[in-house]
Design a binder for this molecule. Structure first.
Ligand SMILES: NC(=O)C1=CN([C@@H]2O[C@H](COP(=O)(O)OP(=O)(O)OC[C@H]3O[C@@H](n4cnc5c(N)ncnc54)[C@H](OP(=O)(O)O)[C@@H]3O)[C@@H](O)[C@H]2O)[C@@H](O)CC1
Ligand SMILES: Nc1ncnc2c1ncn2[C@@H]1O[C@H](COP(=O)(O)OP(=O)(O)O)[C@@H](O)[C@H]1O
Ligand SMILES: [K+]
Length: 509
C-alpha cells in the first residue's frame, strides 16, 4: 500500500502508533535524520570537492531530524554548520535528545548566510525548519532565511517538506524555498503531489523509518497517489470467448456540423482503451462530416432528447459520453434524457464540458438528476469545476484542490475528475487520488476530450467507477508523456497500445 498518502494528522497518528507498539520515537528520528544526511551526501557528490553543509534546524521534531543529520554528516567528515531557530532550552522530547547528541555550535538562524562566499561558502543546505507541524504562515527570521536560501541557488535537501509548504494542501504558507531533494517518511503526503508543492519538492525520496505497515493500514487511509496498484486488479481484460458486445458499447454524442471533432476524439479514446464497439450519435446535419472521418466507429442520427431516448432503448449501450461540442442548451436536454432513459441505472455516464457548464451554479439539480445512475464520472477542468460548484461553499472554500474535489464529489454524489497538472479524482464515499503521470504538453485542445473517451471506454467494459476514472487519468498522463513535445490530442489514443503494453504486462512490475 505504498500508494496511500497520509495527511499530517494521520502521520502523527502513525508515529504515535509505532511508538506505542515499541519503536522508540528517537529511533524514528535517527532513521529520518540518517536518510536526510544520505541525501545531502548525494547532492555533494555532484559538486566537485563538495564538503560544506549548512543545516537549518527549527524548534520542533523537524529540527530534531536536522540535528541528527548534522551529527551524522560531521561524523562522516563533512564540515557542518548548524543554524538554529529559537531557544535551545525549550526543545522537548525526541528533538531535545537529538539536539543533545549534537556537540557542535549553534549559530542563530538570523546569522546564517547561505550566500557566504570564499572559504565560508556552503555546498549544500539541509532545510529542517518546519515540517508537519507548520501551524501558521512563515514570517520574520525564518522567512528571511528561506528567501536568502532561494536567492543563493544552493542545492537544498528538504526534511519532510520544504519548510513553509503545507503537507496537506500543497500550498505555500508565507514562503518556501524549492528543494533539489525532499526526503519524506513512511508515506508521501498530499502536499508532495499537489501543486505548487510538487514542483517545490524537487526529487521526492520516500524512506522507511521503521513505522510498521500494520500501523499505517490500521488508519485505513483513503487518499492515494494515482498509481497502478490502485486500479490494475480492476482493469478489464477480454476473456478468451470475448465478442465485441461483451466488451461493452460506448455511445458518444456529437455537436453540430461545425463542432464534431470533439466527439470523434472521445470516441477514438473509448475505442482504443478497449470498448468493443463505439457509436457516435450525430445531428443529421453533421452525419456527412462525421461519416467522412470515421472507420471503425459507427454512426447513428441523434438530433434531440427523443432520438437519444430511442437509441438508449438498446441495453447493449453500456456507457454514454456527452458534453464536448454540444452547446449548453442541447447538453442539458440530453443529460436529462440520458438520466431518464431505459437502463439508465446501470448504464455509465461520462459528463464533460457543456454537460457540466449547463448546470453552472445548479449542482444540486444535477445531483438530483443523477441520483439513480450508479456510475457517473464528470471531468471538469478548473474553470468548469468553479462554474458547476459555484453554489457549493464546501467545494468553493475548500483549503486545497484535494478537499475541493472531495467536497464536490460528495455534493454531486458522483466521481469527479478535477483536471489540471495535479488532477484529483474523488469519489462520493471519500476516496480520493492525486495523479502522478502527465506532462504540460497535455495542455492542448482536445486532450480533455480523449480523457473523457478513456473514461467511457473503461466504464463501457463494466470497470468500477472510481477505479475506471483513476486508470483513465493515469493512462492519459502516460500517453501524453510518451509522445512529449509536439503532442496533439489525436496522438493520445494512438500512444495507448504502447502504454497499456507496459502497464498491464505483469513482468513490468
Ligand atoms: N516522532 C515523531 O513524531 C517523528 C517526527 N518526525 C519529524 O517531525 C516533524 C514534525 O514535527 P513537529 O510536529 O514537532 O512539527 P515541526 O514541523 O517541527 O514544527 C513545529 C514547530 O515549529 C513551530 N512553528 C510552526 N509553524 C511556524 C511558523 N510559521 N513560524 C515559526 N514557527 C513555527 C512550532 O511552534 P508553535 O506553533 O508551537 O509555536 C513548533 O515549535 C515531521 O515533519 C518530521 O520531520 C520524524 O522525525 C519521524 C518521527
Ligand atoms: N500543465 C499540465 N500538466 C499536465 N496535464 C495537464 C496540464 N494542463 C492540462 N493537462 C491535462 O490535459 C487535459 C486538458 O483537458 P481540457 O482542459 O478539458 O482540454 P480540452 O477541453 O481542450 O480537451 C486534462 O486531462 C488535464 O489534466
Ligand atoms: K523542512
Amino acid at each position: 500500500m505504498m500508494h496511500c498518502l497520509l495527511d499530517t494528522e494521520e502521520m502523527a497518528e502513525a508515529d504515535r502508533g509505532a511508538i506505542a507498539g515499541g519503536v522508540p520515537g528517537i529511533a524514528l528520528m535517527e532513521a529520518a535524520g540518517a536518510a536526510c544526511a544520505d541525501a545531502a551526501v548525494d547532492l555533494m557528490a555532484q559538486t566537485p570537492g563538495g564538503r560544506r553543509v549548512l543545516v537549518a534546524c527549527g524548534p520542533g521534531n523537524n529540527g530534531g531530524d536536522g540535528f541528527v543529520a548534522a551529527r551524522l554528516l560531521a561524523e562522516r567528515g563533512y564540515a557542518v554548520t548548524l543554524a538554529f531557530l529559537g531557544d535551545a532550552a525549550r526543545l522537548a522530547g525526541d528533538a531535545a535528545i537529538a539536539a543533545a547528541r549534537w556537540t557542535g555550535a549553534l549559530v542563530p538562524l538570523e546569522q546564517a548566510d547561505p550566500a557566504a562566499s570564499g572559504d565560508r561558502a556552503y555546498d549544500v543546505v539541509v532545510d529542517a525548519l518546519f515540517g508537519a507541524g507548520l501551524t501558521r504562515d512563515v514570517s520574520g527570521v525564518p522567512a528571511a532565511f528561506l528567501e536568502r536560501l532561494a536567492a543563493s541557488g544552493l542545492p537544498v535537501v528538504a526534511v519532510d517538506v520544504p519548510s513553509g509548504l503545507d503537507g496537506n494542501t500543497g500550498r505555500v504558507r508565507g514562503t518556501a524555498c524549492p528543494a533539489a531533494i525532499t526526503v519524506t517518511f513512511a508515506r508521501r503526503k498530499p502536499g508532495h503531489l499537489l501543486q505548487p508543492g510538487r514542483a517545490l519538492c524537487g526529487r521526492l525520496r520516500l524512506v522507511d523509518i521503521g513505522i510498521p505497515d500494520a500501523v499505517i493500514e490500521s488508519l485505513a487511509p483513503n487518499t492515494f497517489a494515482n498509481e497502478e496498484p490502485l486500479w490494475r486488479a480492476a482493469f478489464p481484460h477480454p476473456g478468451i470467448d470475448a465478442h465485441k458486445y461483451s466488451r461493452g458499447h460506448a455511445l458518444v454524442l456529437s455537436g453540430p456540423a461545425d463542432a464534431t471533432g470533439a466527439a470523434r476524439l472521445v470516441a477514438r479514446g473509448a475505442l482504443r482503451i478497449g470498448a468493443g464497439a463505439v457509436t457516435i450519435g450525430s445531428p443529421t446535419d453533421a452525419l456527412a462530416v462525421n461519416a467522412a472521418q470515421l472507420t471503425a466507429i459507427m454512426l447513428r442520427p441523434c438530433d434531440d432528447a427523443d432520438d437519444l431516448a430511442g437509441l438508449l432503448e438498446d441495453p447493449r449501450i453500456t456507457a454514454l459520453a456527452l458534453g464536448p461540442g454540444l452547446g449548453r442548451e442541447r447538453a442539458r436536454a440530453l443529460v436529462e434524457a440520458a438520466a431518464g432513459a431505459a437502463h439508465a441505472r446501470t448504464r455509465a455516464l461520462v459528463l464533460d464540458a457543456d454537460a457540466l457548464t449547463a448546470f453552472a451554479g445548479e449542482h444540486a439539480a444535477l445531483a438530483r438528476l443523477l441520483a439513480g445512475v450508479e456510475r457517473v464520472v464528470a471531468t471538469p477542468h478548473a474553470g468548469e469545476f468553479a462554474k458547476l460548484l459555484s453554489d457549493c461553499p464546501e467545494a468553493r472554500e475548500a483549503p486545497s484542490k484535494l478537499a475541493a474535489a472531495r467536497a464536490g464529489a460528495a455534493a454531486l454524489g458522483i466521481v469527479l475528475v478535477d483536471k489540471g497538472p495535479d488532477t484529483v479524482i474523488a469519489a462520493p464515499d471519500g476516496r480520493a487520488a492525486i495523479n502522478t503521470t502527465g506532462t504540460p504538453y497535455l495542455a492542448t485542445a482536445g486532450s480533455g476530450d480523449v480523457l473523457a473517451g478513456f473514461c467511457a471506454g473503461l466504464l463501457a467494459q463494466s470497470m468500477p467507477v472510481f477505479e475506471a476514472a483513476c486508470a483513465a487519468v493515469n493512462l492519459h498522463g502516460r500517453a501524453g508523456a510518451r509522445v512529449g513535445p509536439g503532442l496533439i490530442a489525436e496522438d493520445l489514443p494512438e500512444a495507448l497500445p504502447g502504454v497499456l503494453g507496459e502497464v498491464l504486462d505483469p513482468a513490468s512490475g
